[in-house]
Design a protein around this ligand. Structure first.
Ligand SMILES: [Zn+2]
Length: 413
């Protein structure tokens, strides 16, 4: 159901509030801004001539928290444009907005120089020019390149060869969506030396983590020495979208009310995905050799500008993380350079006990559920820039391949 409020720019779709902006003097002939597609997220606050004042939609976020994910579509005729303005906190990353001219399949960063800052009505603003490209009827802009079910589908369709991954269903989401569980590597569990568990999107906006996971899976499926080693020895169980509804609906996911998926590994989990994963964990207890939970950090600044490992409190787990970090530094070949010193020790910066008072994280659960595992870690992957190197779909995938090589090396020791 959709109700258009007179004035033309606010629509209500079911329980979602989706803002739709129409810019231009003549109603119906101007460009339109909306987020009515998988992973879309925008609130159009007001329209002033060819300027749209917009904000990230925080609909799922705890009160008092702010997060920065947004993704909108601009529709019109080729060459039509809008001045898009964010007010207050800056939700544009360090390489500017991401842009897609093919309806969200591929993305590129516009660059920091595309963003202008100014004071409007006494408030700080950040803006950029959104333009419908030549020979097109729409263009998408987003905080970061989205990765949702359609991207996973395309990846799986591209890997239909003999070593193809096996797609199962972890569970159904609250909204009835299938939550994919992908097995790859040694699919005969009895023959596998162990299981390597991969997860991403405990925070649904953290898209670059899933591009990295895709690269990891591609390495496991590849027709080369590393791929064959994986398929001989280890079974990968990957859950790309722990918060499946958030991924498809375009939520923030971080600080989801009342707590987010990465604080849900408690006695009584409230999300079906975490409950299902915990149940799965009981069945594979003793078989899990490694667990990597992939995330993206905050928007900018120290520890948000690199790939890093989040240090665990127990000394034995921390030792395993440091050993893995040294291996990853040694074997990596991709453009995103990981440094072994980029391990955030427990008790440092945000990584303290106070961070998980809202509930147990996936990594904390993994340490208890899989005491024999050689490596249990959270890995943070910067959204746009890692120590001066551009983070994009391709470089994140290359990082994933590096992670696959490092895990294989580590487990062989
Ligand atoms: Zn996260």
């Amino acid at each position: 159901m959709r109700t258009t409020i007179p004035g033309g720019w606010m629509a209500v779709v079911g329980w979602l509030v989706v803002a739709v902006g129409v810019l231009g003097a003549e109603p119906g002939k101007g460009v339109r801004i909306d987020a009515d597609y998988p992973s879309g997220n925008i609130v159009v606050q007001r329209i002033d001539g060819d300027t749209a004042f917009v904000a990230p939609d925080q609909r799922d976020t705890q009160k008092g928290q702010w997060w920065f994910y947004w993704s909108f579509r601009l529709r019109g005729t080729a060459g039509q444009s809008a001045n898009v303005v964010f007010t207050g906190k800056n939700p544009i990353g360090v390489r500017g907005p991401a842009m897609s001219e093919d309806s969200g399949v591929t993305w590129r960063w516009l660059g920091a120089s595309a963003v202008k800052s100014a004071q409007i009505d006494g408030k700080p603003t950040w803006s950029f020019a959104a333009v419908v490209p030549k020979d097109a009827v729409d263009v998408r802009y987003a905080f970061c390149p989205p990765y949702n079910q359609s991207h996973l589908q395309a990846f799986l369709e591209g890997h239909q060869q003999s070593s193809s991954p096996r797609v199962e269903e972890l569970c159904r989401s609250r909204k009835g969506r299938a939550v994919e569980l992908i097995r790859a590597g040694q699919l005969d569990t009895a023959k596998a030396q162990g299981i390597v568990l991969l997860t991403s999107r405990h925070h649904c906006c953290e898209t670059m983590a899933t591009y990295a996971m895709e690269g990891f899976l591609a390495a496991v499926l590849a027709d080369d020495e590393l791929g064959r080693r994986w398929r001989e020895r280890w079974q990968v169980i990957a859950i790309p979208f722990i918060d499946k509804d958030g991924v498809e609906d375009g939520d923030q996911g971080k600080y989801r009310d009342p707590h987010d998926h990465n604080r849900d590994y408690n006695e009584k989990p409230i999300y079906p995905e975490t409950a299902a994963l915990m149940k799965l964990g009981v069945g594979i207890k003793g078989r899990v050799a490694a667990m990597l939970d992939l995330h993206c950090p905050h928007i900018r600044g120290e520890w948000n500008d690199r790939v890093y490992i989040v240090g665990a409190e127990p000394p034995a787990v921390w030792e395993g993380q440091l050993a893995f970090a040294r291996t990853l530094e040694r074997v990596q070949t991709g453009p995103l350079v990981f440094r072994a010193k980029d391990c955030l020790a427990f008790g440092t910066a945000w990584n303290t006990a106070a961070n998980t008072t809202a509930g147990r994280s996936a990594a904390q659960w993994g340490r208890e559920a899989f005491p024999e595992a050689r490596l249990i870690t959270t890995i943070e992957i910067a959204y746009a820039d890692a120590l001066g190197k551009e983070v994009n779909a391709e470089s994140a995938r290359a990082l994933g391949r590096d992670l696959a090589r490092a895990v294989a090396e580590q487990l062989a020791k």
